[in-house]
Write a protein that binds this ligand. Structure first.
Ligand SMILES: CC(C)(COP(=O)(O)OP(=O)(O)OC[C@H]1O[C@@H](n2cnc3c(N)ncnc32)[C@H](O)[C@@H]1OP(=O)(O)O)[C@@H](O)C(=O)NCCC(=O)NCCS
Length: 185
């Protein structure tokens, strides 16, 4: 199967009716989170999880939380001179994984596009300038290719803090292949 397009996927907010038992990524910890914790967290308003379906099969998921990032962690060129506060408001990709049988179908890219769409939408209600992620080491290059930068903070043993200046990304949309982001709202 070749690359899927955005409208080949159906995105659904996780709820008790969703059967996630057939989902297997390449990371056991990410499967366990989806199957054991995601719904409970969602019900306690601690995180929001979205499933990506292709032909009624769960082929990926991502989990978002509110976040903030200290200004010093963001490169000087990404800082906003008029912002006098210590931190920038952000949205964090707390988890993201696609099904292990769907390698190279573009599903990760499409989930990221969905995250951009959600961020654009949320930013109409509350400030969220930056998208953050503590990337698994194996996914750092993938995020870098998508426009994320290394955050200037101490990496943890098992993850690397990355960020994207979402505002700048949207402002430069006409230079970007996802130039119709607003059309996906
Ligand atoms: C990271 C992840 C979500 C990406 O999803 P995906 O569906 O594999 O990605 P896509 O198919 O959209 O992207 C494929 C492209 O990225 C490249 N790519 C895939 N994995 C990569 C990696 N680890 N590093 C660098 N490039 C990578 C592919 O070669 C391909 O390039 P092309 O478009 O030029 O052909 C997925 O690999 C995954 O679930 N990984 C395990 C869990 C994980 O690490 N999640 C992130 C935790 S924060």
């Amino acid at each position: 199967m070749s690359k899927l397009s955005y409208f080949d996927l159906v995105f659904k907010s996780l709820d008790a009716s969703c059967d996630v038992s057939t989902f297997h990524s390449t990371e056991q910890e990410l499967d366990d989170f989806l199957k054991e914790d995601a719904l409970n967290n969602q019900m306690n308003r601690l995180s929001a999880t979205f499933l990506a379906y292709w032909n009624d099969k769960v082929v990926g998921y991502f989990t978002l939380i509110n976040d903030s990032i200290v200004a010093e962690a963001v490169s000087e060129s990404d800082r906003e001179p008029t912002w006098a506060y210590r931190k920038y408001p952000a949205i964090k990709i707390a988890r993201m994984a696609r099904h292990r049988d769907f390698d190279n179908n573009g599903i990760g890219t499409l989930m990221l596009l969905r995250i951009f769409v959600i961020t654009l939408h949320v930013s109409q209600f509350t400030g969220c300038r930056i998208i953050t992620v503590d990337s698994k080491t194996g996914a750092v290059e993938w995020y870098r290719k998508k426009g994320f930068n290394l955050a200037q903070m101490r990496p943890r043993d098992d993850s690397v803090p990355l960020y994207m200046d979402f505002h700048r990304f949207v402002s430069q949309e006409e230079m970007h292949p996802l130039k119709t982001l607003g059309d996906f709202l």
